[in-house]
Design a protein around this ligand. Structure first.
Ligand code: ATP
Length: 196
């Protein structure tokens, strides 16, 4: 069974995903998968054709260069996504088939935008208030408030995420991560998604 784990920048997806890993659950991270898959030859070829060979330096994918090229060019970004997302989705499908034991969580900031949600049986949104997300991201990434705000603007809103999710983890500082994950586990047990 595939359970999507999504949320905007700084909401706490990775924090919750890591807590799930600590409890023995497997988490497929679509971002790491994309980073791995852009190095495989057909994908690399397609990206080089689209953006130029110099977005790779030997065995390195220079994501800052890619970001520069697609920044402010929605068409190019769409074409890049059309190369990467289907490959990640296929890889996720294969991982899910091989997994075949209990739950597999799928962490993705772009779960809906990429179509990965269509592979999921159940979706969890990690939601935190905007000021907290800004403060946490600024502390984590050394970004300015404006940079974080513009990222937030480009993503789905908390309201949209809340509306589309089957379950919401309220990562607003009122409960510890352990308490949030305990509560999530109780919910998943109630749904009979897990037994222990
Ligand atoms: P992104 O989409 O940007 O990768 P994310 O949703 O994965 O963000 P995290 O990296 O999990 O978010 O969290 C953002 C920052 O906030 C991290 O530095 C993390 O340690 C911190 N953080 C998240 N949740 C909590 C919490 N409940 N208490 C304290 N710090 C937290």
């Amino acid at each position: 069974m595939l359970i999507g784990l999504t949320g905007g920048i700084g909401s706490g997806k990775t924090t919750i995903a890591n807590a799930l890993r600590e409890r023995g659950y497997e988490v497929y991270d679509t971002d790491s998968a994309a980073k791995r898959l852009v190095m495989t030859s057909p994908v690399r070829q397609a990206i080089e054709n689209l953006l130029g060979e110099d977005v790779y330096d030997g065995d390195r994918y220079i994501s800052s260069k890619v970001a520069q090229r697609v920044f402010a060019n929605a068409g190019l970004l769409q074409q890049l996504n059309d190369i990467i997302h289907p490959v990640v989705r296929q890889d996720l499908k294969q991982t899910a088939q091989e997994h075949n034991k209990g739950l597999l969580f799928v962490e993705s900031a772009i779960l809906y935008e990429s179509g990965f949600d269509l592979e999921c049986d159940y979706i969890i949104a990690v939601i935190a208030p905007k000021p907290l997300r800004i403060a946490r991201t600024m502390a984590r990434d050394n970004k300015t408030e404006e940079q974080v705000k513009s990222r937030i603007k480009a993503q789905m809103s908390n309201c949209q995420l809340r509306h589309r999710a089957d379950y919401v983890v309220e990562n607003n500082g009122k409960m510890t991560v352990t308490q949030l994950v305990d509560k999530l586990m109780r919910h998943l047990r109630k749904k009979n998604f897990i037994t222990q």
